[in-house]
Design a protein around this ligand. Structure first.
Ligand code: FAD
Ligand code: PHE
Length: 537
């Protein structure tokens, strides 16, 4: 049989050279797409349509710009204001807190946060050391990357997976006091799974499913994937890593002890951590803005104009009026103020908006009520006087996974080569987040360190300089890490229509809550609906 590769590979190249010689590179690229050698525009992952309003929209139609009040200076609010302003709308952003960014909060030395119970913490981090207390990572396909690029925010790789980070399962009894490197756990899980599947194939268990050729291809794959011996068994190998790595001619490398038996490896449940790194939202490469996630929102504020963003201005009421909206907020001096506009885009957490004075009616209130409780989540930043995880453990970024109440431990993806650094000592959700959230900050630190010592040794305690912790369900004006919508519910669909002259935005108004990407797209949707209405009415 003549294969596509053996014939058209060359002829396609010739064809493209001919096209390239007679036309521009753009035509050549499009042509490559047409013959399946390069992604066409349609093959790009950005399938959503987005027509950004432009300044000329109003000048071309003779309409005058409308005024919009935006509630919330998080990603959804600031993106709404930014896109509307591009089209010439007059925007005023009202933010309850003293800084922009919402749940993308970055904590630096000197920053203070007071929780809903009045517990205050002030970070004592050194200059250039920060903790992303909320959002930390961005996938390449996310629209968040487009905003970083459009605004000129500098960014760098965020290491979300590292073969040399640890897995530590003490509840299963698998690795108490003995963290296992990802690479070792993978070699063992892949090795034994490959051995078992090879055995099943050889025994004929897959005969109903596979042809003889399929079986041979599968065996070849498993032999390589699982580092199997010629007899189809797994007995360890280089991919597990070494206790002393090969170096000069006299050091062949000292293999790690193991592997354990197939029952031990399956019983460790280490394999349960592996899907994370192929998860559509979480797979590498990922990125972070340099200097902290909320740097992005300083750029947004600058682009919108500082004079158009009012901090310390919590909104208490949003009402539709015959000609627009009336928004009530508490000004710096504690007095109630009102601002009138043609429209409002509201991006506060949905559940909290039910506390406002509104006239949008019981159906909208009921719809917002579906988001009444935000999920708990917590993080602690631990500043260390040395980067012992790099010096001693040779872990330069990435995440250690545990079955302890810490859940995830993050190594920094910045500050390499510096003397000091900051680890995220826990990033947990659900009951674990409540357990830590219920403690005083010092207690959280003590507990986190007590657990982390089991993985990293005594330096995890002795090198510690200071800490700062956050319980998202206790942050004023946020009160939860995220809320997931039932995007098929009729109530959710109702929110998409807005309420009179009020439009809703926020990550909870998207298919991808708990990500800035969702907040940005919700903002774009709201802006597009608002703008279409203005241009067609
Ligand atoms: P918010 O960021 O919550 O902003 C809402 C704003 O409204 C806040 O500033 C709030 O103060 C303000 N507000 C509330 N009430 C009022 C009022 N009455 N008057 C005026 N203003 C008010 N996303 C990622 O992309 N990558 C990640 O790695 C990631 N990790 C996360 C980890 C954690 C622990 C958390 C909590 C979030 C994470 N996220 C991540 C999600 C991301 O932070 C959110 O999706 C994003 O911040 C949502 O933006 P938003 O504008 O919808 O809401
Ligand atoms: N976006 C958040 C984060 O990356 C929350 C999240 C965690 C969302 C895991 C999906 C999967 O930390």
């Amino acid at each position: 049989m003549v294969t596509d590769e053996s014939t058209t590979g060359v002829s396609r190249r010739n064809f493209l050279q001919a096209v390239g010689a007679t036309s521009g590179a753009g035509v050549m690229f499009a042509t490559m797409g047409a013959v399946g050698l390069a992604p066409t525009a349609a093959a790009q992952p950005r399938t959503e349509s987005w027509i950004a309003p432009t300044k000329s929209d109003f000048t071309l139609t003779g309409r005058s710009a409308k005024k919009v009040v935006v509630v919330g200076a998080g990603p959804a609010g600031l993106a709404s204001a930014y896109e509307l302003q591009k089209a010439g709308y007059k925007v005023t952003v009202l933010e309850a807190r003293h800084r922009p960014g919402g749940r993308t909060l970055t904590i630096r030395g000197g920053d203070s946060e007071t929780d809903v119970n009045g517990v205050k913490q002030t970070a004592r981090f050194d200059k250039n050391i920060y903790m992303n207390a909320g959002a930390g990572r961005i996938a390449q396909w996310m629209v968040t990357m487009d905003y970083l690029r459009e605004l000129g925010v500098p960014y760098e790789v965020f290491t979300n997976a590292n073969a040399d980070a640890y897995l530590y399962n003490e509840r299963t009894g698998a690795t108490p006091g003995n963290p296992v490197r990802y690479r070792t756990a993978k070699a063992d899980v892949f090795g034994y799974t490959s051995e078992l599947l090879t055995y099943a194939t050889d025994q004929g268990a897959l005969d109903q499913k596979l042809t003889a050729a399929d079986k041979e291809n599968l065996r070849a794959f498993l032999r390589s994937w699982g580092s199997l011996k010629a007899d189809g068994t797994y007995q360890g190998g280089d991919n597990r890593g070494y206790s002393v790595y090969p170096s000069a001619w006299n050091e062949h490398g000292t293999p790690l002890p193991g592997p354990g038996s197939v029952s031990e490896v399956l019983g460790s449940r280490m394999g349960m951590y592996f899907p994370f790194e192929i998860n559509w939202e979480q797979s590498m490469l990922m990125f972070q803005p340099k200097g902290g996630m909320d740097v992005t929102y300083d750029y947004f504020v600058r682009a919108i104009g500082k004079q158009n963003v009012q901090f310390n201005s919590p909104v208490t009421g949003v009402e539709n009026t015959p000609g627009g909206v009336k928004v009530t907020y508490t000004a710096h001096n504690g007095k109630a103020r009102q601002v009138e506009a043609d429209f409002a885009v509201v991006s506060a957490p949905a559940g909290l908006m039910r506390r406002w004075s509104t006239n949008w009616g019981p159906d909208i209130d009921a719809a917002l009520g579906e988001f009444a409780v935000g999920a708990p989540a917590g993080k602690i930043g631990l500043q260390y006087r040395s980067r012992f995880w790099e010096d001693d453990h040779r872990i330069f970024g990435g995440i250690t996974e545990t079955d302890m109440d810490l859940a995830h431990v993050w190594y920094p993806s910045y500050g390499y080569g510096e003397r000091k650094g900051l680890m995220v000592g826990y990033y947990n959700t659900g009951t674990n987040a409540r357990t830590y959230g219920d403690m005083a900050p010092k207690q959280r630190e003590l507990r986190a360190v007590e657990q982390g010592v089991k993985i990293h040794g005594e330096k995890y305690r002795t090198e510690l300089e200071s800490s700062f912790s956050i319980a998202w369900h206790k942050v004023p004006y946020i009160e939860g890490a995220w809320a997931y919508p039932n995007t098929q519910s009729s109530r959710f669909k109702q929110l998409q229509q807005g309420a009179g002259n009020v439009y809703f935005a926020g990550d909870w108004m998207s298919e991808i809550s708990a990500w800035q990407h969702g907040a940005f797209w919700a903002a774009r949707y709201a802006v597009q609906a608002l703008h279409t209405r203005v241009m067609t009415s």
